[in-house]
Ligand binder design. Structure first.
Ligand SMILES: [Zn+2]
Length: 118
């Protein structure tokens, strides 16, 4: 669509004013065009990945909500804290737990819910 027109436009990427030959031109150069495209697809990929993570956590939490007795790892997912924090709170008595043996601690899920009722 080459015409004889000359229009002043501002590049979408580098924001520099340039003379375009069509009213649809968005970039001052092919370089700016591909750089902006790259930047946009990078941002899209990041947000897609973040959404996937949120979905995974939500799914995991839904799964945990169906269980009556939880492992330390499941409690940490539910409370969104580290396993270390869960262990510490079991030790200091904030979280009631039964220790069936080495690495075999179980916490009643309803107890976790009760922690937040006051
Ligand atoms: Zn540019």
């Amino acid at each position: 669509m080459s015409t004889n027109i000359y229009v002043q436009r501002i590049c979408e990427y580098c924001k520099v004013e340039f003379t375009a030959r069509t009213t649809k031109t968005q970039y001052c150069s092919h370089k700016c065009n591909s750089r902006h495209y790259k930047e946009k697809s990078k941002k899209a990929n990041i947000s897609k990945s973040n959404n996937e993570t949120v979905e995974k956590i939500t799914l995991e939490v839904q799964k945990i909500r169906m269980l009556d007795y939880l492992t330390v790892k499941e409690v940490s997912v539910l409370l969104r804290c580290s396993e270390k924090t869960v262990y510490r709170n079991i030790k200091n008595g904030n979280i009631k737990a039964i220790n069936f043996g080495e690495r075999n601690i179980r916490v009643k899920r309803s107890h976790i819910d009760e922690l937040f009722k006051s």
